[in-house]
Design a protein around this ligand. Structure first.
Ligand code: HEM
Length: 538
C-alpha cells in the first residue's frame, strides 16, 4: 500500500489541535520532566551567581527568545475566524469543483487584514483590506486570496515591490504618516497611471470599512473554470456581505485609531461570540472563454479593470458563515499560509501577469516566514483531504514516513498510483492554446487605458460619497511635500473627471489642469459602487 504520510500525532481533520505542550496535570520541561519551581534560577547559594547547568532556566529563556517569527511583508496586521461554506449547487454548470456542488459543506478559515501597516498598527487606517479564505475541501485545499476592492494597483507582479516600497513608511524614520511616505506613494501612482483606478477606490469610503463584516471581497483576477464535460469558462469571484457594505467616515476612523486601534478585530470576535455570525454570499461573474480573453471590450487579464455588474451579474453560488474565533492567535492567524496555487479540480489560473507572479511570491515568502518547506503540516494549514506526497524531510518535519524514499514509477512500494479518473486531478491540463509569440518584456495595448474605469467609478458615486473622495484626496495630497507630485496627481484627476480635479485643486489651493487624455465616454453605473440586493438566496 501507499506509505503513511501522516504524522502519528497529526490529525487528519486539519482542525488545530492542542499542541503536545499542554498535557498532564503537572508543569514540566519541554522533555516532560516535572518541575518543582519555575520562579528561581539555580544559584551557587541564595546570593551567588547563576549556574550554567540550570537547563530549565536556559530552556525557558531560549524558547522565549525565539517566540516571534517575521511578520508578513504585506498584510501583517490581520484577524481570522473559522467557519463553514455551504454551496447552493448553482455553479455545477460551470465548474466540477466538489465544494461548489449542491449542499456540500466545507470548513473554512478566513483572515482579514490591512496591507501596509505592521502587526501592531491600527485597524481603521485608510488602506485596502485583505480577504483570504482557505477552503478545506475533500479534494485538497482551495485558497481564495482576495481583497475588499475589485482592482489592483499594478498589472504585472514585477511592479509589486515598487508600489509597496513607495507606500510603506520610509526606511530612515519608519513613520507611516510622514510626508515622505505620502510623497513616494503619490509619486508612484501619478507616474504609474494604471494605479489611478485602485487609488480612487482607496480614496473612497471603501478605504475605511466600518467592519470586516460589512466588506465585499473580490478574487480580483479572472480564473478559468472547467465543468464535468471539460468545457471551460472565465470567471471572477465575489463575496457579498449579508449586512451590506458600510464604511466609517474619516473622523470616526481617526478617533477610533486612537481610542480603539483593535476596533475591527474586536468587532469580529465580539459578533461571533455574541452569536451574530457574519455571513457572505460567494458569487461568480462568468464570461465565455474566448481566445481574446475579453468581455464587452474589457481585457479580463488586466487586474486594474473590473467588469460592471450590469454587464455580467454576480451569480450566487454559496454562503460563508463565520462560526468561531481562533483559540490561539499565533497558531492560527499568524501561521496560516495562503497561496493562489492551492487549487482544486475545476478551478484553474489564467495568464494574468499579476496572478502569475503571485503564484511564485507566496510560497517563496512563506519558506522564510514559516521557516522551511514543511509549513503545510502546521495544524491550521493541514489539508482535510488525505495527503500522500513525494516530499520528504526538511526543517520541522512532523511526519514519520515509512517505506522507501518515494520515486515513480516504482515496483517496490505501492507505485504511488495516480487516480484513474482524470476529473479528480488538480492542475488540469485545460485545453488552452499558448500562442506562438516572441519573448518580450511588454504589456498588450489593451493595458494602456488607465482612466475610463476610474471615471466610471467616480460617476457611480452619490454626492456624499463624492464629497468624501474629494476630502480624502485633499487631505492625503495635502501631506505631500513636493509640489510637482501634487500637480502631477492633479493632472491624473483631470484625466479622470474635471469636477473631481477642480474640487481637489481648490482644496489644495492650486489651479486645476486641463485633461491630457480625452475623458472616456462612460455611463454612470450605480451597481458598481453598491452591493447587489440579492441577499438572501436559499
Ligand atoms: C499577502 C491579497 C498581489 C505578495 C496577501 C494577503 C492577501 C493578499 C489577502 C494576506 C494573506 C493572509 O491573510 O495571510 C492580494 C491581492 C493581490 C495581491 C488580492 C492582487 C490582486 C500581490 C502581488 C504580490 C503579493 C502581485 C507579489 C508579487 C504577497 C505576499 C504576501 C501577501 C508576499 C505575504 C504572504 C505571507 O507572508 O504569507 N496578499 N495580493 N501580493 N501578498 Fe498579496
Amino acid at each position: 500500500g501507499a506509505p503513511e504520510t501522516r504524522s502519528p500525532t497529526g490529525a487528519d481533520t486539519g482542525a488545530p489541535r492542542a499542541a503536545c505542550g499542554q498535557q498532564g496535570a503537572y508543569l514540566t520541561t519541554a522533555q516532560g520532566a516535572r518541575l518543582r519551581d519555575t520562579d528561581h534560577s539555580l544559584k551557587a547559594g541564595p546570593r551567588g551567581p547563576v549556574l550554567l547547568q540550570d537547563h530549565h532556566l536556559r530552556e525557558k529563556i531560549t524558547h522565549f527568545d525565539h517566540e516571534r517569527i517575521p511578520e508578513r511583508v504585506v498584510h501583517a496586521r490581520g484577524a481570522g475566524a473559522h467557519g463553514r461554506f455551504r454551496a447552493y449547487g448553482t455553479a455545477a454548470e460551470v465548474t466540477r469543483a466538489g465544494f461548489l456542488q449542491r449542499d456540500r459543506e466545507t470548513p473554512v478559515f478566513v483572515r482579514f487584514s490591512t496591507v501596509l501597516g505592521s502587526r501592531g498598527s491600527a485597524d481603521t487606517v485608510r488602506d485596502t483590506r485583505g480577504f483570504a479564505t482557505k477552503f478545506y475541501t475533500d479534494e485538497g485545499t482551495f485558497d481564495l486570496v482576495g481583497n475588499n476592492m475589485p482592482v489592483f494597483f499594478v498589472q504585472d507582479a514585477i511592479k509589486f515591490p515598487d508600489i509597496i516600497h513607495a507606500a510603506k513608511p520610509h526606511p530612515d524614520r519608519e513613520i507611516p504618516q510622514a510626508q515622505s511616505a505620502h510623497d513616494t506613494f503619490w509619486d508612484f501612482v501619478s507616474l504609474h497611471t494604471e494605479a489611478q483606478h485602485h487609488a480612487l477606490w482607496n480614496m473612497s469610503d471603501r478605504g475605511i470599512p466600518r467592519s470586516y463584516r460589512t466588506m465585499e471581497g473580490f478574487g480580483v483576477h479572472t480564473f478559468r473554470l472547467v465543468n464535468e464535460a471539460g468545457q471551460t469558462s472565465l470567471a471572477k469571484f465575489h463575496w457579498k456581505p449579508k449586512l451590506g457594505v458600510h464604511s466609517l467616515v474619516w473622523e470616526e476612523a481617526q478617533l477610533l485609531g486612537g481610542v480603539d486601534p483593535d476596533y475591527h478585530r474586536r468587532d469580529l470576535y465580539d459578533a461571533i461570540e455574541a452569536g451574530a455570525l457574519p455571513e457572505w454570499e460567494l458569487g461568480l461573474q462568468v464570461f465565455p472563454d474566448t481566445p481574446e480573453e475579453t468581455f464587452a471590450g474589457i481585457d479580463l487579464l488586466d487586474a486594474t479593470k473590473l467588469v460592471p455588474e450590469e454587464l455580467a451579474p454576480v451569480q450566487p453560488v454559496g454562503r460563508l458563515t463565520l462560526t468561531h474565533t481562533p483559540t490561539n492567535f499565533f497558531a492560527e492567524t499568524e501561521q496560516v499560509a495562503f497561496h493562489l496555487g492551492n487549487l482544486t479540480p475545476g478551478i484553474d489560473v489564467t495568464n494574468d501577469p499579476l496572478l502569475q507572479g503571485r503564484l511564485f511570491s507566496y510560497l517563496d515568502t512563506q519558506l522564510t516566514r514559516l521557516a522551511g518547506p514543511n509549513f503545510p503540516q502546521i495544524p491550521i494549514n493541514r489539508p482535510h483531504a488525505p495527503v500522500n506526497d513525494m516530499l520528504r524531510d526538511g526543517f520541522h518535519q512532523q511526519a514519520v514516513h515509512t517505506g522507501v524514499a518515494p520515486y515513480r514509477p516504482n515496483t517496490l512500494d505501492g507505485g504511488n498510483p495516480f487516480p484513474a479518473d482524470d476529473a479528480t486531478h488538480a492542475f488540469l491540463d485545460v485545453p488552452v492554446t499558448v500562442a506562438e509569440a516572441p519573448k518580450v518584456r511588454a504589456a498588450p495595448a489593451s493595458f494602456d487605458d488607465h482612466y475610463s474605469q476610474a471615471r466610471l467609478f467616480w460617476l457611480s458615486m452619490t454626492p456624499v460619497e463624492r464629497a468624501h473622495i474629494v476630502q480624502a484626496y485633499t487631505f492625503e495630497l495635502g501631506k505631500c511635500h513636493h509640489q510637482a507630485i501634487r500637480e502631477r496627481q492633479l493632472q491624473c484627476l483631470a484625466n479622470i473627471d474635471a469636477v473631481l480635479c477642480a474640487q481637489v485643486a481648490a482644496g489644495l489651493g492650486l489651479p486645476a489642469p486641463e485633461p491630457t487624455a480625452p475623458p472616456a465616454q462612460v455611463q454612470p453605473s450605480p451597481a458598481l459602487s453598491q452591493v447587489g440586493g440579492r441577499w438572501p438566496v436559499d
